[in-house]
Design a protein around this ligand. Structure first.
Ligand code: MLT
Length: 405
């Protein structure tokens, strides 16, 4: 007799995509210590925390040093001061009927997108875009909701993959095969393409008609530039009965190292006679210690008059990089997509080169790191993702180097 492991973990492929890339870069740098590496791989921000947010954090730190203002455990769902401002600014000001008690503060959308599946039945089927942010799939593999990985197709058994390719404008088509849980991320990671409100409405209608749940990742909504692109799924009619939405402060306000995000679970969202809002509250109360007070005060400052102006200026700068990279690639004869309502540029590899081969080629010949499209799913093969989160100088440098190869 001996204890056993969760065998579902053995179905996972190698290491997590960005960990695998990190190791490859470290090895290359060790072997080539003089080569300057420009990192446009993982979507990690480079601009420092905005001054108004820093001031709020400093003030919160000082409060922790005095008995009268000291705070211990944070409320399981998050402080009301933050949930109130989010409900107002992110939702009600956009005409979305979301209240503070439907918002759950967390330490980021990655954790929420991995954890939310816990309150759903083990037998649910899932549908994902292909290519896809790997966390949605891996978290369900770990939970036993998939079959094993098929090396030949690059897919897990039992998962509905919805190809997002040039031919369909990188937008998934409604699945012919019904799925219980549908993961959508718009503006999309990794393709950088956005969805119109009319298109998203079709998904909401589909989910309501078929008794499916949409888990909508809106981590990149702050990068939307064009009219007609929804910032929230709750802009669509009927979304309160079929959708959970996740948001992140990582890309919106440079919090990748600070850690803050939230999920929205409307009260009407029910299955098997139970409220998902109540189940998630129960789950968070048991397994989550609450996001630190200092971080939640930082989050509140993102919505302040000064904070919102400063954060918008940072996003503008990243979007300058996005335009520079996208247009520069197109000028140089590459096919490039995304980058208009999103910080990601999705380029076609030259001469149909496999994406991991292009990764090595670009690193070796140009010292530029991107993310191989195949790492996001089989339909990502032949594509490559660059981020706009570098500095302006590095974005220019990377572009020049890519042009020369
Ligand atoms: C990415 O590069 O896809 C993101 O940075 C990953 C994340 O936000 O977890």
């Amino acid at each position: 007799m001996h204890f056993t492991i969760n065998k579902n973990y053995t179905k996972l492929q190698g290491s997590y995509l960005f960990a695998a890339i990190g190791k490859k870069i470290a090895r290359f740098q060790e072997e080539n210590p003089d080569v300057e590496i420009i990192r446009l791989g993982i979507g990690d921000v480079t601009q420092p925390i905005a001054p108004a947010i820093l001031t709020a954090m400093h003030k919160a730190v000082d409060e922790m040093g005095h008995a009268e203002t000291f705070r211990g455990y944070a409320p399981e769902q998050g402080y009301e001061f933050l949930r109130d401002v989010i409900a107002e600014k992110d939702f009600r000001e956009r005409g979305c009927d979301i209240s503070a008690d439907e918002i759950f503060i967390s330490d980021g959308a990655k954790c929420d997108s991995g954890n939310l599946q816990e309150i759903l039945g083990p037998g649910n089927t899932i549908a994902v875009c292909d290519p896809v942010y790997p966390v949605y799939v891996d978290a369900n593999v770990m939970a036993g909701r998939t079959g094993s990985f098929d090396m030949a197709t690059g897919k897990f058994g039992g998962v509905v993959y919805m190809p997002c390719l040039e031919g369909n404008g990188f937008l998934p088509e409604l699945p012919a095969e019904r799925a219980d849980i549908i993961y959508l991320c718009f503006p999309n990671n990794p393709t950088g393409e956005a969805i119109t409100k009319a298109e998203l409405q079709k998904w909401v209608d589909h989910a309501n008609q078929n008794g499916s749940l949409i888990i909508f990742d809106a981590a990149y909504e702050a990068y939307i530039r064009e009219e007609g692109i929804p910032h929230s799924i709750y802009e669509c009619e009927g979304a309160r009965t079929c959708a959970i939405e996740m948001r992140s402060f990582s890309k919106k306000a440079g919090f990748t190292g600070v850690r803050l995000g939230f999920s929205v679970i409307p009260k009407e969202l029910r299955a098997d006679g139970e409220s998902l809002n109540a189940l998630w509250l129960r789950r968070q109360g048991t397994k989550y210690n609450g996001t630190p007070y200092i971080v939640q005060r930082a989050g509140e400052a993102v919505y302040s008059e000064e904070g919102s102006v400063q954060v918008a200026a940072q996003i503008d700068r990243y979007m300058e990089n996005a335009a520079l990279i996208r247009n520069g690639l197109i000028d140089a004869g590459y096919q490039a997509f995304g980058g208009v309502n999103s910080p990601y540029i999705w380029m076609k590899t030259p001469h149909g080169m496999p994406s991991w081969e292009f990764f090595d080629f670009l690193l070796t010949h140009a010292g530029v790191v991107g993310t191989p499209g195949a790492g996001f799913g089989p339909s990502g093969e032949g594509y490559f993702r660059l981020t706009a989160f570098g500095t302006y100088e590095n974005s220019i440098k990377a572009l020049e180097k890519i042009r020369k190869i």
